[in-house]
Design a protein around this ligand. Structure first.
Ligand SMILES: Nc1ncnc2c1ncn2[C@@H]1O[C@H](COP(=O)(O)OP(=O)(O)OP(=O)(O)O)[C@@H](O)[C@H]1O
Length: 558
C-alpha cells in the first residue's frame, strides 16, 4: 500500500477515526525519522517557515550512493508504488540480463523495466522507438522543443544530424493534444448564468460555499490557499504562458489586494489523457490502470510541493479543490467515466519563462550561467537532504523569475541582484520521496538527461541520477548544445548515423567542443557528474565545488 503522504496531516480537522489512527502511526514514524510534523510546520512551530536555503525540514542525510546487495533489488516489473513497499524489496530478483552494448547493435539494449504513466498510444520508449525503426521525429528536437540556439552555429542540423526521438523515456501519461471542446467542458464546469465578472466575484465572496460547486467561471478561478483554506480567493485569467504534455499553464491575477504575494500566479491546469476523458467504462482495466497512474503522479507532485519550501523551488500557494490535497485518491473516488474533477494549481509566477527558451534565444553571460547553476544546486541539495529526488531535471523545468533583460539590467544594482533568487525549479510530476539508501526502479526522466543506469534498467540511486542531469544542464549552458547529441560533423559516417542518444549516454560518449582548450572551473563539475555512478559526485560535492561556492558565498537569498 502506498504510504500515507504527509499532506493528510495538514487538514487534520476533517479527519474521521480511521484517519486519526493513520495519523498516529505516521506521527510515530515521523518522530523516529526526526521529521517535524507538517502541522507544526504550517503553524510556524518549526524554523522551516523562514524558507531560508540553509534551513531544512527534515533530518539531513548525506547524498551518497547507497550500496545495496543485488538480491535486495526490487523486481524490475514492479509498479512504481511498489518501490516503497518494503515487503517487495527482498524478493528474489528475476534474472536480469544486461546486454553488452556493442556498436551499431541497437537491439542489444536491455528491455525497459517499468513504465509508469504512459500512453498506450505513444511509443513507450525511445529505445523501442529506435528498435522499431519508427523514429520519425524531426531532427534536432529536445523533449517537446526544438533546441534553436543550442545547436552549433553554422551547421545545418537537417543535413548532419541523424534523427533522434523526441519522446520522453517513460513515466508520462499521454501527451495530449488540445482537448476537444466536449472534453474540456467536462473538466471544468463553466457557469454562464451570471452576467458580469464582478457580479460573479461578488457572489463568490458573499457566499464562499457556492464557489466549490461553481468551479471555473469563464476567466475567473477560485482557489484555496494551502496555508489558509477557509476563504476562497479569486483570480482572473490574463493569458496562457506555457503548455506541457500534462498541463496548460496560465497567468492569473488576483482580485484580492490583501495578499501581494498572490497578485500574479501561474495556474497549472492539468490535462487528463484522452483515455480517461473519453472513457465511458470506468471499470475497464485499461482505464483503471491509467487512472491510477495519473492519480499517483498528481498526488505525488502535490504531496511534495505542499511539503517543501525553498526560494529556488516553485511554490504551490493554492488549489482549486482541496480534495486534491486532503484525499488519498482524489481522482478514483470521483471518477464516473468521462468526467474528472478539474485540477488547477496556483503557483509562483516566473516571468522570464523556462531556461530552455531563455538559453535558446539568448547568449547567456558566464556570470549568469554560474548564478543559475548555483541556485539550481542549492535547490537540488535541499531536495536531497529532505529525501526527495526530482528525476526530471532539465532546462525546461528551470524557470527564470524575471525577463532576461531585467536580469541583465540588475547588474547595475548588485545589492538587488544578490538578494533576489533568479531561478525556480518546477515540475515535480516524476519526483519521489525516498528512504535514505533506498534505490529507485522506475525508469523515468527525459531522454537527453537520463543517466546510464536508468537506461540500463538497473535499480538506481535517484540522487545520483539527478546529479547526472545536473551535469547535462551545466554542459548545455556552457557549450550551447546537449552533450549526447551527435557531434557536428558535416558528413556523418554510417556508424554515427546509427548511434542514438541512448547509445552515447550508455557509453559516456561526450566531449568538450567550445571549451576544449579552456581551463574552466565548471568543467570539473561536468566531468564528475557525467561519469560512472560509483565515482559520480553527489550534490554535496557539486555544492562544495569552487565554481558553486565562489558564487554561493556572494548570495543573500532568503
Ligand atoms: N510558474 C510558472 N511561471 C512561468 N511559466 C511557467 C510556470 N510553470 C510552467 N510554466 C511554463 O509552462 C511550461 C509547461 O509547464 P510544466 O513543465 O510545469 O508542464 P508539464 O505539463 O508538466 O510539462 P512537461 O511536458 O515538461 O512535463 C513550462 O515549460 C514553462 O514554459
Amino acid at each position: 500500500m502506498r504510504p500515507l503522504p504527509a499532506k493528510f496531516f495538514f487538514f487534520g480537522k476533517y479527519f474521521n477515526l480511521e484517519a486519526v489512527e493513520r495519523r498516529r502511526a505516521q506521527t510515530k514514524k515521523r518522530a523516529s525519522l526526526n521529521k517535524p510534523h507538517l502541522v507544526d510546520r504550517i503553524l510556524g512551530k518549526s524554523s522551516t517557515m523562514s524558507g531560508r536555503s540553509d534551513v531544512h525540514l527534515f533530518k539531513n542525510s548525506q547524498a551518497q550512493a547507497p550500496k545495496l546487495p543485488q538480491q535486495e533489488f526490487s523486481p524490475p516489473d514492479m509498479p512504481e508504488d511498489a518501490e516503497s513497499n518494503p515487503s517487495n524489496k527482498t524478493r528474489t530478483p528475476p534474472t536480469l540480463t544486461i546486454g553488452r552494448f556493442t556498436e551499431g547493435d541497437v537491439q542489444m539494449l536491455p528491455t525497459p523495466m517499468v513504465y509508469t504513466p504512459c500512453s498506450p498510444g505513444i511509443p513507450r520508449s525511445p529505445i523501442e522507438h529506435v528498435i522499431d525503426g519508427n523514429n520519425k521525429t524531426p531532427v534536432g528536437r529536445v523533449g517537446k522543443k526544438s533546441y534553436g540556439a543550442l545547436e552549433l552555429k553554422g551547421v545545418d542540423p537537417q543535413q548532419v544530424l541523424p534523427p533522434v526521438s523526441s519522446a520522453r523515456i517513460t513515466s508520462e501519461y499521454a501527451p495530449q493534444s488540445a482537448l476537444s471542446a466536449a472534453a474540456a467542458s467536462t473538466l471544468s464546469q463553466r457557469v454562464t448564468s451570471l452576467s458580469g465578472v464582478e457580479d460573479k466575484l461578488e457572489a463568490i465572496q458573499e457566499n464562499p460555499s457556492i464557489s466549490a460547486s461553481m468551479g471555473e467561471i469563464e476567466d475567473v478561478l477560485t482557489g484555496y490557499e494551502l496555508a489558509d483554506s477557509e476563504q476562497p480567493l479569486v483570480w482572473k485569467k490574463v493569458r496562457q504562458i506555457g503548455s506541457g504534455n500534462f498541463s496548460d499553464v496560465y497567468l492569473y491575477e488576483s482580485l484580492d489586494q490583501t495578499r501581494p504575494y498572490l497578485k500574479q500566479v501561474a495556474v497549472k491546469h492539468v490535462k487528463y489523457p484522452d483515455t480517461l476523458v473519453m472513457s465511458s467504462s470506468p471499470k475497464s482495466p485499461k482505464v483503471r490502470e491509467m487512472l491510477s497512474r495519473v492519480e499517483s503522479s498528481l498526488t505525488r507532485e502535490l504531496d511534495v510541493l505542499a511539503l517543501i519550501s525553498h526560494p529556488c523551488i516553485i511554490k504551490l500557494y493554492a488549489i482549486n479543490d482541496l480534495a486534491f490535497i486532503k484525499e488519498k485518491r482524489p481522482l478514483s473516488s470521483r471518477f464516473l467515466g468521462g468526467s474528472l474533477p478539474a485540477c488547477d494549481m496556483f503557483m509562483s509566477y516566473c516571468a522570464g519563462g523556462d531556461l530552455f527558451d531563455v538559453a535558446s534565444k539568448n547568449k547567456l553571460p558566464e556570470w549568469l550561467i554560474r548564478r543559475i547553476f548555483t541556485e539550481l544546486t542549492m535547490a537540488v541539495k535541499y531536495l536531497h537532504e529532505n529525501l526527495v529526488v526530482h528525476r526530471d531535471l532539465k532546462l525546461e523545468n528551470i524557470l527564470i523569475r524575471f525577463p532576461i533583460e531585467q536580469i541583465l539590467a540588475m547588474q547595475d544594482s548588485p545589492q538587488v541582484l544578490l538578494s533576489q533568487h533568479l531561478v525556480e525549479l518546477t515540475d515535480f510530476g516524476l519526483c519521489r520521496r525516498i528512504e535514505d539508501n533506498e534505490m529507485c526502479t522506475t525508469r523515468c526522466g527525459s531522454e537527453d538527461y537520463v543517466s546510464p543506469e536508468i537506461l540500463m534498467g538497473v535499480p538506481y540511486d535517484g540522487r545520483l541520477s539527478d546529479c547526472w542531469a545536473m551535469g547535462v544542464i551545466l554542459y548545455s549552458l556552457l557549450e550551447e548544445r546537449l552533450p549526447f547529441d551527435p557531434l557536428p560533423s558535416i558528413v556523418p559516417s554510417s556508424r554515427q548515423r546509427r548511434r542514438t542518444t541512448a547509445h552515447r549516454i550508455s557509453c559516456y560518449e561526450w566531449r568538450w567542443l567550445k571549451l576544449a582548450n579552456e581551463d574552466h572551473l565548471a568543467k570539473t563539475i561536468v566531468s564528475n557528474c557525467l561519469t560512472r555512478k560509483n565515482v559520480r559526485w553527489n550534490i554535496n560535492q557539486v555544492y562544495e565545488s569552487e565554481y558553486v561556492q565562489g558564487m554561493a558565498a556572494t548570495l543573500n537569498i532568503a
